[in-house]
Design a protein around this ligand. Structure first.
Ligand SMILES: [Fe+2]
Length: 363
């Protein structure tokens, strides 16, 4: 179906090889429209484009039912996660029993499903493989930051897997991948891990080795799924080849590594660090929109952005001009810059006011 440029939206699928007047390829057939591609099409003054009717499952812009969207995306603030955290730390001598108790709590939030998955996995693994549970427990002992980050990444990844319509087995596997992706950090000296000053090139090299070290550590266990081992090795790879340790490109990477990579970056940016506060989720979306669409699997990252920003609808935010406002409507083309309603009642479209941006979530 032929469409005019003004009707083409991010997430739609181009249905032709598109060339400039001089014959230079702008984009190949079957490419999802990204903000960069939209800008390119405008730059080359393309007026009409043959669009492909992408299958709903492949289309990252497919709108999902509102009831699927969690009220608050920040998993760390959910009652389920808070109880998970306190129970696991209080019952240090018996991780299994505390996880078991969580699995029997009433499913009062959408997140409880993931926590159930997590606890079931750990519980079942604990029955069959004490070394496996020891490794997760050691993460807690070695560094609460690694432990909390890993649990969060597992839960965020399972959310993303659910949003992408992956089967239950894949979603459970993503939780395990999240738990073990950074296990190689147990083999990195604490003075490097916890250093607040910038790392030296030599220290970066050691830090980067947590990927290969993690893979080698997990590879000693025959009964750990090879996909979990592969994620430990590849979660810092990027689709444009800019990652490490192998500099793989997108088609060399598996879906689990790609999903954990997105969850890992989101968690790391929104978590508080000794040297900085948490980065505002809309700033993270801005990063994903500007740089992430090439570095990460485009359709995964678009789905992630869509769902995440929708979860902040009707949320109060602090703007860079010091005023508070409520998120009213998400701008489809620039998700990081929604329409907001000021406390005084007037509306402000952040997509056309580049001098003002969201700095913090208030509630
Ligand atoms: Fe990592």
């Amino acid at each position: 179906m032929k469409m005019s440029l003004e009707n083409i939206k991010i997430g739609m699928c181009v249905g032709q090889d598109l060339y400039t007047e001089s014959g230079q390829l702008i984009t190949p057939n079957n490419t999802f429209v990204t903000p960069e591609l939209l800008a390119k099409l405008k730059k080359f003054k393309i007026k009409w484009i043959e669009m492909s009717p992408a299958a709903p499952d492949d289309n990252p812009n497919t709108t999902d039912h509102v009831e699927d969207i969690p009220d608050i995306f920040d998993i760390r603030n959910t009652p389920g996660f808070k109880s998970f955290q306190s129970e696991t730390s209080e019952a240090a001598e018996s991780l299994t029993s505390s996880l078991d108790s969580i699995s029997h709590k009433s499913p009062d939030t959408v997140h409880i499903d993931m926590i159930n998955n997590l606890s079931t996995l750990l519980y079942e693994n604990n029955k069959s493989n004490l070394n496996l549970i020891d490794m997760v427990y050691n993460m807690h002992e070695y560094s609460d930051a690694i432990y909390t980050h890993s649990v969060n990444v597992g839960m965020i990844a399972s959310h993303l897997g659910h949003w992408l319509g992956l089967p239950d087995d894949d979603i459970k596997l993503l939780v395990t991948c999240g738990l073990f992706h950074d296990i190689g950090k147990l083999l990195i000296p604490k003075e490097i891990l916890e250093k607040s000053a910038p790392l030296t090139p030599e220290e970066y090299k050691i830090m980067y080795s947590h990927t290969t070290k993690g893979f080698e550590l997990l590879d000693q266990f025959d009964d750990i799924d090879y996909r979990v081992k592969r994620v430990a090795l590849l979660h810092h790879e990027r689709c444009d080849g800019s990652g490490y340790p192998m500099h793989f490109m997108g088609d060399e990477l598996d879906k689990y590594s790609k999903i954990i990579a997105i969850a890992d970056v989101y968690e790391a940016m929104t978590a508080e660090r000794p040297y900085r506060g948490p980065i505002c989720p809309f700033t993270v979306v801005d990063y994903f929109e500007k740089e992430g669409l090439h570095k990460f699997e485009t359709k995964y990252v678009l789905k992630f952005i869509n769902k995440m920003v929708n979860s902040y609808l009707h949320t109060k935010v602090l703007l860079s001009n010091g005023k508070e406002a409520t998120v009213i409507m998400i701008n489809k083309n620039i998700k990081s810059r929604p329409l907001v309603k000021m406390d005084g009642g007037e509306f402000l479209d952040l997509s056309v006011t580049p001098e003002i941006h969201i700095v913090k979530m208030v509630s």
